[in-house]
Design a protein around this ligand. Structure first.
Ligand SMILES: Cc1cc2nc3c(=O)[nH]c(=O)nc-3n(C[C@H](O)[C@H](O)[C@H](O)COP(=O)(O)OP(=O)(O)OC[C@H]3O[C@@H](n4cnc5c(N)ncnc54)[C@H](O)[C@@H]3O)c2cc1C
Length: 305
């Protein structure tokens, strides 16, 4: 898809709150990023208050009921881009089938923030430290973007083009996120490491989804997908780690193998919250903890029958 040249014959309105997605997309086609999409405003407001940006013309998405939905299907759930973290955490199908997403939504800031913060805003803000992206990577989520030219769906693992940059075009809006239900027996692990248990940006976070086959002690990794936050310039999958673990007996995976694979996957940095060395070392420990938890669950399943 190519983006039509924005022919802004008239200046964008200071505030536009369309009642339909079609009207929102028409405005986006006319003004592109000169009309800044606003969902819960919890990221935008911080930037405006800090004086980092002049308060721009705003495309307020809050009246678009069609984007504030959770639609479970037989194989996946589709979440509208402006569904709040609170709504996601409280949804019974998400709690039962996608518990890592319920957990990450519940750890996105305080309860007050969760009531306003949307999943789409968390993705589109494109912070490498955001809490929900690791889970979306581990579950293999897909994003649907729309413009007046039509809609397209892309894998979330290909969406981030660099620090704070995404593959979204200037005339597109994120409309929904589709998350497949994990296969039966797949084991999830999510852990955010921060200064406090709540209201802290992560020093590092991991979501993992591990599939195994075989009996308790001989269980073998059949597939493993990972998502990291605060481990590089964008939310990172760990394809080298996934490849390195494939076919390995769970019991035989050690820190050396994990560290070697992660050296290719992660590019953490020193910043005010932590150091690159700490992040590399804790990343290995988190993966080992995820595999340990998978071993426990496999053993438990064998025991209970
Ligand atoms: C006190 C505080 C604590 C926080 N704690 C956390 C935390 O623990 N973990 C965490 O991950 N985040 C945290 N945040 C950041 C923020 O709350 C989240 O990133 C939130 O999910 C952003 O969603 P929003 O709807 O408020 O986005 P907005 O601020 O409305 O928008 C964010 C960005 O996304 C774009 N955008 C929004 N929706 C769309 C769309 N549908 N299509 C295209 N572009 C769109 C906007 O243009 C903007 O660039 C915190 C923020 C505050 C103020």
């Amino acid at each position: 898809m190519s983006t039509p040249a924005a022919h802004a014959s008239r200046p964008p309105p200071a505030w536009y709150r369309p009642g339909t997605l079609a009207d929102a997309l028409a405005a986006r086609a006319e003004w592109g990023r000169d009309l800044v999409a606003m969902a819960g405003c919890t990221d935008l407001m911080v930037g405006w208050n800090a004086g980092a940006r002049r308060v721009p013309s705003v495309l307020d998405l809050s009246a678009l009921a069609e984007l504030r939905t959770i639609e479970p299907g037989p194989d996946a759930v589709t979440i509208g881009a402006t569904m709040s973290c609170a709504g996601i955490a409280a949804h019974p199908v998400i709690a039962a089938r996608l518990p890592m997403l319920a957990a990450s939504a519940r750890q996105t800031g305080s309860v007050a923030i969760q009531n306003r913060a949307t999943l789409g805003g968390n993705i589109m803000n494109a912070s490498p430290a955001a809490d929900n992206p690791p889970v979306l990577l581990a579950y293999g989520a897909r994003l649907t973007l729309a413009s007046v030219r039509g809609a397209r769906t892309i894998g979330y693992d290909a969406f981030h083009a660099g620090y704070k940059r995404t593959l979204a075009e200037a005339d597109e809006l994120l409309v929904s996120i589709t998350i497949p239900f994990p296969p039966p027996g797949a084991i999830g692990y999510y852990r955010k490491v921060g200064t406090r248990r709540a209201q802290a940006i992560s020093k590092i976070a991991l979501a993992a989804l591990v599939e195994t086959s075989g009996a308790a002690d001989g269980a073998v990794v059949r597939g493993a997908r990972f998502g990291f936050a605060s481990a590089g310039p964008v939310p990172l999958p760990a394809p080298a780690l996934s490849r390195a673990l494939h076919g390995m007996p769970l019991a035989s995976i050690d820190a050396g193998r994990v560290a070697q694979a992660l050296a290719a996957d992660l590019s953490p940095m020193d910043d005010i919250r932590s150091t690159a060395a700490y992040r590399r070392s804790v990343a290995v420990n988190l993966v080992l903890a995820a595999l340990q938890s998978a071993r426990r669950e496999v053993a438990q399943a064998a025991y209970t029958g």
